[in-house]
Design a protein around this ligand. Structure first.
Ligand code: MN
Ligand code: MN
Length: 320
């Protein structure tokens, strides 16, 4: 890292030559793309794109996740000058990673949003780029899954981190709900339940739909290494869609979210699990439910930025 670069480098989200390389502009200034990656809609030279889906009208409790993508981008600026710690490779230098910006939609027509998300994510995948989405509330994961599965041609393993299963029964196709979208995903055949794992759960929902559940107490008892091994063993060689609901973390680590539940993972536990998932065949993923209005210290956005970075590292790891 060249500290002197900050004398000339600014707004690398616009001014960067090419897509690879670290960013040494001042962390507290400039345009805040994700990890200071270049903004572009042309993904022809891009390996993996990050995009924001600032939609939060499907929450059961506190809204605010519409501000998530902005806050995560801002928090990510602190990571941009260095390679992600401890991976032994630098995806930011070895892979072309871009920020695709946010999805456009009419906030007054929520029923149109799922189709818009599916088309938006599909537009990224059709340019032969991987995609990591920044929510928004968790309802966006259903159309994200639809876009991925349509192109893969087979169901994916869902690797979900969450306080909630989000598989509560909902047979109304017109409803868009951040607590029922994975029930719909199972009904639609998007998820291979035998290869899927939900980690960090601590809300009651007796019907697992056949998905393996590693609840929060089990994480605390077994520890991250064993949890990661169980996830990898369940998923096997299937393509995985990794959905990281920030409320998997304890409210002490991530207060800025709509439906916080006590007894959750410490950020170090989530970090260790994600790292030990290296080798997972990540097809795509998302980080959702970061709600900045309840995040006075910015800790939740920082955690969200780190989680999204780890998803990129996992995506790149199996493609080196
Ligand atoms: Mn949740
Ligand atoms: Mn959720």
């Amino acid at each position: 890292m060249a500290l002197a670069d900050a004398r000339t480098q600014v707004d690398t989200a616009l001014t960067r030559k090419g897509f690879k390389g670290l960013s040494n502009e001042n962390t507290f200034a400039g345009i805040t793309s994700f990890l200071r990656r270049r903004y572009t809609k042309d993904l022809s030279e891009v390996d993996v794109a990050v995009t924001g889906i600032p939609y939060d009208q499907s929450v059961t409790n506190r809204p605010g996740a519409r501000f998530g993508p902005r806050a995560i981008r801002e928090a990510s600026a602190l990571q941009a000058p260095d390679a992600p710690y401890g991976w032994g490779f630098d995806p930011m230098c070895e892979f072309a990673i871009a920020d695709y910006g946010d999805m456009a939609f009419d906030y007054a027509v929520p029923s149109d949003v799922p189709a818009a998300v599916e088309a938006h994510i599909g537009g990224i995948l059709d340019q032969n780029a991987g995609c990591i989405a920044l929510g928004g509330d968790h309802s966006i994961s259903l159309p994200c899954l639809r876009a991925h599965v349509a192109r893969l041609g087979s169901p994916v393993a869902l690797v979900q981190f969450d306080a909630h299963t989000d598989t509560w029964v909902d047979d109304d196709p017109t409803r868009v709900d951040h607590g029922t979208m994975f029930h719909k995903a199972v009904q639609e055949g998007l998820i291979d339940v035998k290869r899927s794992v939900q980690t960090g759960i601590r809300t009651e929902n007796p019907d697992t739909l056949g998905i393996t559940v590693i609840d929060a107490q089990e994480v605390h008892r077994a520890g991250p290494k064993e949890v990661a091994e169980r996830i990898l063993g369940t998923v096997g060689d299937a393509f995985a869609y990794v959905s990281f609901d920030i409320d998997v973390l304890d409210p002490g680590f991530a207060p800025g979210t709509g439906t916080p539940v006590w007894g959750g993972l410490a950020s170090w536990q989530a970090a260790a699990i994600l790292r030990d998932l290296a080798g997972l065949r990540v097809a795509g993923g998302d980080v959702v439910e970061v709600a900045p209005p309840f995040d006075p210290s910015g800790a939740t956005a920082i955690a969200g930025a780190h989680a999204a970075t780890e998803l990129i590292c996992l995506w790149c790891w199996v493609r080196r």
